[in-house]
Design a protein around this ligand. Structure first.
Ligand SMILES: NC(=O)c1ccc[n+]([C@@H]2O[C@H](COP(=O)([O-])OP(=O)(O)OC[C@H]3O[C@@H](n4cnc5c(N)ncnc54)[C@H](OP(=O)(O)O)[C@@H]3O)[C@@H](O)[C@H]2O)c1
Length: 251
């Protein structure tokens, strides 16, 4: 049986890297895209033939079109697209520049649309798109208006597309993590603790008081959910925004 292929953005670290490892373990071919090409090239060298690396800034439409076309050519099609690349900053609304706002929207919302549009003609019946939103795509958070707007928007994109593509046998879902122990979460906590003038350990503890499981999730747990969504047994799941957050988000 021929191997299936997943295209993963933001594959160089954090959740994206865990997704790469998980799908390689599960016997998939993995097309990896991020700006840190050197990191991806190391993975490619460790998994020759079944993984391939591309430099990609998801906010650059022309580069997206080129990279997706090359990935399709390399692997003969794409069974699963995981729009994981993202950025996150907390800025009060009075201090957000046009550049900050558009930067966030272009990576977190335009990027998934560019990748999806380019990949769609090459996704067969039975294929799937998974968008990485956030619990902040479901509930607001002060000083995160740009991030929340992008992640709420990504859930809307997911739900509309799921209806549009159901007849073509393509599933579209969003995964909504809570706190996951990655560089994005860690750097955000360090910055915030500095602003508040408290130790990072105190802020970490404070944040965990809102999480019923009282812990950061591991990136591997998010990858595990995606691996499940990619199984035939999950083919009835589409148009969903699935929280994975230790109970942080009520729905
Ligand atoms: N960690 C959390 O607590 C958390 C919670 C909810 C949702 N999320 C979401 O999960 C996703 C992954 O986050 P993470 O925590 O794994 O963050 P991370 O460790 O900072 O990784 C982000 C990934 O996105 C890539 N990336 C950033 N900007 C990019 C761009 N313009 N074009 C292409 N790739 C880009 C980065 O690679 P390069 O720098 O090499 O390009 C990196 O591989 C994001 O969408 C994030 O919003 C995270």
């Amino acid at each position: 049986m021929s191997k299936k292929t997943v295209f993963v953005t933001g594959a160089s670290r954090g959740i994206g890297r865990a997704v790469v490892d998980r799908f390689l373990e599960d016997g998939w071919q993995v097309a990896m895209a991020a700006r840190s090409l050197d990191v991806l090239k190391e993975i490619e060298a460790a998994h020759p033939g079944v993984s391939k690396a591309w430099h990609l800034d998801v906010s650059d439409r022309a580069e997206v079109d080129k990279v997706v076309a090359e990935a399709v050519e390399a692997f003969g099609g794409l069974d699963l697209v995981i729009n994981n690349a993202g950025r996150g900053e907390r800025t009060p609304i009075d201090a957000i520049s046009d550049e900050d706002w558009h930067g966030m929207i272009s990576v977190n919302l335009d990027g998934p649309m560019f990748v999806t549009r380019a990949a769609l003609p090459h996704i067969p019946k039975g294929g799937q798109i998974i968008n990485v939103s956030s619990v902040l795509g479901k509930v607001g958070s002060a000083y995160s208006s740009a991030y929340c707007a992008s992640k709420f928007g990504l859930i809307g994109f997911t739900k509309a597309l799921a209806l549009e593509l159901a007849g073509r046998g393509i599933q579209v879902n969003a995964v909504c993590p809570g706190w996951v122990a990655t560089e994005m979460a860690e750097s955000g906590i360090v910055l915030e603790a500095e602003k508040l003038g408290i130790p990072t350990s105190t802020l970490r503890m404070k944040l965990m008081m809102d999480v019923p499981q009282r812990r950061f999730l591991e990136a591997e747990e998010i990858a595990h959910l995606m691996a499940y969504l990619a199984t035939p047994g999950a083919r009835g799941i589409t148009g969903q925004a699935i929280s994975i957050c230790g109970g942080l988000c009520p729905a």
